[in-house]
Write a protein that binds this ligand. Structure first.
Ligand code: AMP
Ligand code: ZN
Length: 138
């Protein structure tokens, strides 16, 4: 399934150029053109799925295997000490391209990038209630 208006479908089809790193039958990896750090890579399924809720679970093995392979290569190429895998779903979460993709962002001991602040629950009961609420929707 592809979407003619989707930039990542067009990259997957070779209609728009990219700095390609890896591809197999199901997956493509290429450099993000606006990198957090050089080597910042995107891993996408070649088929068009909007987000995590729509991507078929059967693609998971191909995607996970590509993430492992490509992340190891990004680490070696950049000399990074670590990496983040990030995946945004929905406008509220910062998704700007609505063809699911995973970011591999190389990280360095002294890069001083901050993730968001974490909070707390008022008490253990509130935390258990939240868990029960989520579980009730499974
Ligand atoms: P997200 O905000 O998670 O949807 O991420 C979309 C990412 O795609 C951003 O980091 C963009 O810099 C990147 N991006 C958009 N268009 C291209 C393109 N043509 N080639 C490479 N990366 C792109
Ligand atoms: Zn697409």
């Amino acid at each position: 399934m592809t979407d003619a208006n989707c930039i990542f479908c067009r990259i997957a089809k070779g209609e728009i150029p990219c700095a390609k790193i890896y591809e197999d039958d199901n997956v493509l990896a290429f450099l993000d053109l606006a990198p957090v750090h050089h080597g910042h890579t995107l891993v996408i399924p070649k088929s068009h799925h909007k987000d995590m809720l729509e991507v078929p679970a059967e693609l998971g093995t191909s995607i996970f295997s590509a993430l492992q392979k490509v992340a190891a290569a990004v680490m070696k190429a950049t000399g990074a000490q670590g990496f983040n895998v990030m995946q945004n779903n929905g406008l509220a979460a910062g998704q700007t391209v609505f063809h699911i993709h995973w970011h591999i962002i190389p990280r360095f001991d002294d890069d001083s990038l901050e993730m968001w602040e974490q909070g707390s629950y008022p008490d253990a009961a509130a935390m258990q209630a939240m868990a029960a609420s989520v579980a009730s929707h499974l």
